[in-house]
Write a new protein. Structure first.
Lengths: 470, 63
């Protein structure tokens, strides 16, 4: 396997042993971007010169014995929603197509301090407001497993680039599933940390009470390295919290003895593609074989959660964009206009009552974790859709594609709970399937440890799209 | 508003009353979707939520 397709943990060992240098790895990855990204359109901007400078600096420091940690010299990509000083940051929008920030987002600063190498900025659904990454201004991002399919969104470019070996990890944001959906559709791992764990300063907002920043990588262990480098209170973002991180124990032997994993009896397994259900249930059986106790649970009313989440999101997003929508409507894509127009009708009373009801539902949800280490469910209810596909038949019923894609993801953003999506199978047509693990508030440790044990016992995270290994 | 004959007219009236400028052809796309969401959220939002503290800056741990 080419180095660019390896995990951070593997690359870190190779760099530490002097078997590959950050410059070699960066050059290899830039070559792959040059060779393969015309098929995917996963990058909006590449920063080759900067990347090589950063890789050379990392190499010098490492040779001098000043290794900063496992991310030192590792090349990565940023969703083009994160402010990067002196580098165009478009938000996938024509409105911001020429915007060049004067400062870096806090997480960009933190990753630079960890010695990472920035390869470029990845494509996304316009304004991070949608789940296809079919962008009218920058073109559709394509799924490396089948380029006629969407990679999911809104962080589609970040997941697609990782899956194709066009970076070694990437960052995304998740407001209604925008990390977990593309992670699942592209066969990679994604972490949406607890709300408040990671600063959003210098990240274009969409919905201020639902937005989260998180990483994509191949493994739970890799996600921890990135998350640990990014997490922490930030004076620039008052939603962040001062909570110590509990360090996961990534044992060498896969064991889930003593772990209680909740399996929802309602909602999450009720309306989904049969192949998604089979793969998810097989993953649960695997976890049980590793010693986990599977516990049937009833989750709060997710249909209601989803409705309230939509109401909150359209109101918050419209408040962000209303001035630009009035003055530059023609610069917004069709779906953006439809969504942003809707949000203007939400009354203050409805918005506040939605936030009140959210608090009630969250309390019910949090109580599940009094007796569980994690809750497990399919990350997405259907397989990756074709680009432009608007409906899908599930169990004989025609459904709206967008509603089915967000069905299992959206409500969980309301809770702020940590969420881990892991690859857990491939369909008969070769498309990835993901399982999501939900943890208690601020307990990223448990979901990452469970994910690590599962990955030790399985090889779904070692699969690569055929176009990436040809 | 309740007596308006269809979703588009209903929300067109609301837009005019509130001074929200939405082109006619765009309103035809947005109104039916929002109308369905608006109707679906009446039951949850008509609960008595008066004693639940509103949360202006979402804090998952209740701070």
């Amino acid at each position: 396997m080419e180095a660019a397709l390896k995990s951070i943990a593997a690359l870190s060992r190779l760099i530490g042993a002097g078997e590959i240098s950050p410059v070699e790895l960066t050059r290899q990855t830039l070559d792959r971007i040059e060779r393969l990204d015309s098929q995917l359109n996963s990058y909006i901007t590449t920063t080759a010169d900067l990347a090589l400078r950063q890789a050379e600096a990392a190499e010098r420091e490492i040779h001098a014995g000043n290794r900063r940690g496992p991310l030192h010299g590792i090349p990565y990509a940023l969703k083009d929603l994160f402010f990067t000083k002196g580098i165009k940051t478009t938000a996938g929008s024509r409105v911001f197509a020429d915007f060049v920030p004067s400062y870096d987002a806090t997480v960009v600063e933190k990753l630079a301090a960890a010695g990472t190498v920035l390869l470029g900025k990845t494509g996304l659904h316009e304004n991070a407001y949608g789940i296809t990454s079919n962008n009218p201004h920058f073109g559709a991002v394509r799924n490396p497993w089948d380029t006629s399919c969407i990679p999911g969104g809104s962080s589609g470019g970040s997941a697609a680039a990782l899956a194709a070996g066009l970076c070694s990890f990437s960052l995304g944001t998740d407001t209604g599933g925008s990390i977990r959906i593309p992670a699942s559709f592209c066969g990679v791992a994604g972490l949406k940390p607890t709300f408040g764990r990671v600063s959003r300063y210098g990240v274009f907002p969409l919905s201020h009470t639902l937005d989260h920043v998180g990483p994509f990588a191949w493994t739970a262990e890799d996600l921890w390295y990135i998350f640990a480098a990014m997490a922490g209170q930030d004076a620039q973002d008052e939603s962040t919290v001062d909570r110590p991180l509990a360090v996961p124990q990534f044992s060498a032997e896969p064991s889930l003895h003593g772990r209680k994993i909740g399996v929802p009896a309602n909602f999450y397994f009720e309306n989904l593609d049969p192949e998604v259900e089979a793969a998810t249930r097989a993953a649960l059986v695997q976890m049980e074989m590793l010693g986990a106790e599977l516990v049937g649970v009833t989750v709060p009313d997710i249909e209601e959660f989803n409705l309230i989440a939509r109401l909150i999101q359209i109101a918050e997003a419209s408040s962000v964009h209303v001035n630009n929508l009035d003055s530059r409507r023609e610069d917004y894509g069709d779906d953006q206009q439809t969504l942003l127009d809707q949000g203007r009708f939400v009354t203050a009373v409805d918005y506040l009552n939605a936030q009140r009801r959210r608090r009630q539902l969250n309390r019910e949800f949090y109580e599940l974790f009094d007796h569980l280490d994690a809750l497990a469910a399919p990350a997405v209810a259907i397989l990756p859709a074709k680009i432009g596909q608007t409906s899908v038949v599930v169990n004989g019923v025609e459904e709206d594609v967008r509603m089915m894609i967000t069905r299992n993801a959206r409500a969980l953003n309301m809770t702020g709970l940590p969420l881990l999506s892991l690859p857990c199978g491939l369909s008969a047509s070769g498309l990835p399937i993901g399982i999501q693990l939900v943890g208690a508030l601020f307990d990223e440790k448990s979901v990452l440890e469970i994910g690590h044990a599962y990955q030790l016992a399985t090889d779904w995270h070692d699969r690569r799209p055929p176009m990436a290994i040809r | 508003m309740r007596n308006a004959p269809d979703p588009i007219d209903r929300w067109k009236q609301a837009a005019e009353a509130l001074g929200i400028e939405i082109p006619e052809e765009r309103l035809k796309l947005a109104a039916p979707v929002f109308d369905a969401l608006w109707k679906a959220t009446r039951a949850p939002l008509r609960r008595d939520l008066s004693l639940v503290e509103p949360d202006f800056q979402f804090r998952p741990d209740g701070r």
